[in-house]
Ligand binder design. Sequence first.
Ligand code: SF4
Length: 340
Amino acid sequence: MTDSHEAMLYEKLDGQKVRCGLCGHRCEILAGKFGICRVRQNVAGVLRSLNYAAVVAVNADPIEKKPLFHFLPGTQSLSIAAAGCNFQCEFCQNWQISQSPRDGRGMGGQAISPQQIVTAAINYDCASISYTYTEPTVFFELAYDTARLARESGLKNAFVSNGFMTELAVETIAPYLDAINVDLKAFKDSTYRKIMKGRLEPVLTALKALVAAGIWVEVTTLVVPGMNDSPDELKQIAGFIAGELGCDVPWHVSRFHSDYKMTDAKATPIETLELACKLGQDAGLKYIYCGNVPDKADERTYCPNCEAVLIDRAGFSIRGINLSDGACPNCNEVIPGVWE
Ligand code: SF4
């Protein structure tokens, strides 16, 4: 049996059944069975996390790669993942590690303790730890234990997530979580059900809870031709961010390249990305970034008041930061984010 660790956030029901409270699936799991994510198992009435000791990736990445653009720009983030995901997106770019427990390839990875992860982050001169590549919600226990230790060592913590987490999960991680990038993948529940095998509403609820908890939130939408690229749907996404989360929340509009099971779909036309950016501006969003378009994308941060260039980026590297105590040095407009 895989090394396991008792899960957090579950209830015991009658007859050794349990209900997991970590993500929107809220699986009710009989003894001996697994949750939808396949990384949580009911072992004799106790829910166990099977991927606590299955770290499949550890890299020091620029924080810009997450992407997080208003969070400690120009710093490195120790980026870790354990196997598994609660979604099954057909266009997943990390399916080798996110879907391995589901498709029979097992957990893989190795046991790396929270203390070892924090020590590695310090040794690599990282300012933060990112829980990323797969879905941090389903390696919650490892992320939670590591984030607490990281905070004690003066490091910040960031999730890169599909946002399909319960309000209880948000509330539990909030004291240690500084930032999160959430993929808002569509604005139709039918797309979430069909392509991701999830639902839209829990993602919207979690996004509002994350903002309300004071965590720095950025949103990414991978624009996939034929899936979420209609002007109406892009407008709805931009309108939700502006209306429910706030115009200060950055929106990363990202270009799709075919992957995993969606190998027939074409790359997103540049004009579609430009339209998305325009719709974001019309909705009132102040910070819109166009990703995955080498040479063409303008991923600089401009002052929304006087249009001065505040952060100049090229790919994942920073060419210059022109902020004075988190404000535009030209007109003193306060720029939201975590700068120190
Ligand atoms: S994390 Fe989500 S998918 Fe996994 S067992 Fe819990 S509720 Fe089910």
